[in-house]
Design a protein. Structure first.
Length: 441
């Protein structure tokens, strides 16, 4: 009996000691190097690649906005776990699920970024060309090779696996944004016989571009028309009326353009074979990230805000465009101003006039960059420095650049004044929604 009691007490003591060890020696939390310890060049290389792909694939602006948007989000999600106190965008952006957290292991955030962006960039592209896939794979391989020189293979492989997990989750989410479901929907513009203010294609057989973009899910706006700004003037063809004046202004300006105004029209045309209007602002963002030598954590936040704003700006603009369905200056001037042979300086795009899409995205992103980098930041815009005939332009602030981008559409003969002024306002409203929705801490 005494031996049984003794065995019991010995067992109890051993048990209590083991419990004490578990309490006093909890599992060690492994700290990976923070995202702020890495240069922004890893992100910059990917965002430069998005511009190049849009250029080479000749992706139209509204579709390109989706590509830029998801890549910006993916970039942040890839590295945010390496930012102390940060929040994922999961649960903040519309219908975005929670992104899986990494395990309690060592991770390399540039490697996670490369793996995430490889998945997202490849799969967000709609029917990509093989050369785009090759470009994505080449950048991925280059960055992974470089990281293998810095850290051990086990950490690299673990980071790749986590990055792929993040990327696949983002792609799964993107499949529900109504983009794919609108690819083959037919669209017939309402006939102008019903309403002379209606838009019509510039030439027979021209197809409306992305008529259902305004039905796709935005990232931050509650509804697609949340930030829409009313036209504000009534369509009219009588000389002396406000609308007639706006048509006359386009006509008169086309006959009295200065050399600088012509240069402005072409500089901001952002036509096929460029990164398109949203890509122009990605290019400006890239220049700022490089100029201020910010770290990976801050660059990721900025690219997320810019990407989200670009996408929501285009959804907002396109919802308004196809709701208002206003005719273009070329139609108005030829039909109502006695100039049947009049032509614009830059080609009229195949979608309704109001508002100016370039004005909306410029108003939105210029506000994001002003909040991110500061007001009155003078800079040189070198977006088109490799294109013949287009010189770099100097600006005193991001708002200064946005205003010039907007007015370039009047100089080009493709927008009325109201579309420009109201477009800038609409874009800034989109930016306000983004800034009041997205929180990084």
């Amino acid at each position: 009996m005494k031996k049984s009691i003794l065995k019991y007490f010995i067992f109890l003591i051993i048990f209590l000691i083991s419990c004490t060890e578990e309490i006093t020696n909890p599992p060690q939390i492994i700290q990976s190097p923070e995202s702020s310890t890495f240069e922004a060049s890893y992100a910059l290389e990917w965002m430069n690649l998005t511009y190049d792909i849009v250029t080479l694939e000749d992706i139209p602006a509204p579709t390109a906005s989706r590509f830029y948007g998801y890549c910006g989000i993916a970039l942040y999600e890839a590295v945010c776990r390496g930012i102390p106190g940060s929040r994922s965008l999961g649960g903040q952006l519309r219908d975005m699920p929670q992104i899986p957290s990494p395990e309690n292991e060592l991770y390399d955030w540039p490697t996670v970024l490369a793996a995430t962006l490889k998945i997202v960039a490849t799969n967000i592209l709609y029917q990509p060309q093989q050369f785009s896939i090759d470009m994505i794979n080449d950048l991925y391989d280059e960055q992974i090779v470089n990281r293998n020189l810095e850290i051990n293979e086990t950490t690299v492989n673990r980071s790749i696996a986590y990055g792929e997990q993040v990327g696949n989750k983002i792609i799964e989410w993107s499949n529900s944004d109504n983009f794919l479901s609108t690819r083959d929907l037919p669209y017939e513009p309402p006939p102008r016989s019903n309403n002379p203010s209606f838009w019509e294609p510039t030439f027979p057989g021209q197809h409306a571009l992305e008529p259902y973009l305004g039905t796709q899910k935005p990232f931050c706006m509650v509804t697609q028309n949340q930030c829409s700004v009313p036209l504000g003037i009534q369509f009219d063809t009588i000389p002396g009326t406000p609308f007639y004046y706006e048509g006359y202004e386009v006509l008169d300006k086309s006959m009295n353009l200065t050399t600088d105004e012509r240069n402005i029209a072409f500089f901001w045309e952002d036509k096929a074979g460029t990164g398109q209007p949203p890509g122009h602002w990605v290019s400006i963002t890239n220049n700022m990230v490089d100029r201020f030598s910010i770290k990976l954590d801050e660059a990721a936040k900025i690219y997320a805000l810019v990407g989200v704003t670009i996408r929501d700006a285009f959804i907002s603009a396109w919802e308004t465009k196809y709701s208002v369905n206003l005719l273009r200056p070329i139609t108005y001037i030829r039909e109502y101003m006695g100039e049947p042979n009049w032509s614009e300086l830059v080609a009229t795009p195949p979608f309704p006039e109001y508002p100016s899409g370039h004005s909306v995205v410029s108003g939105g992103v210029s506000k994001i960059l002003t909040v991110s980098f500061g007001d009155n930041i003078a800079f040189i815009d070198s977006t088109h420095n490799n294109e013949p005939g287009l010189r770099n332009r100097n600006f005193n602030s991001f708002y200064d650049a946005a205003d010039e981008a907007a007015w370039s559409r009047l100089y080009g003969g493709i927008h009325f004044r109201s579309a420009i002024l109201n477009g800038i306002q609409q874009g800034k409203l989109v930016a306000d929604v983004v800034l009041n929705t997205v929180y990084f801490e």
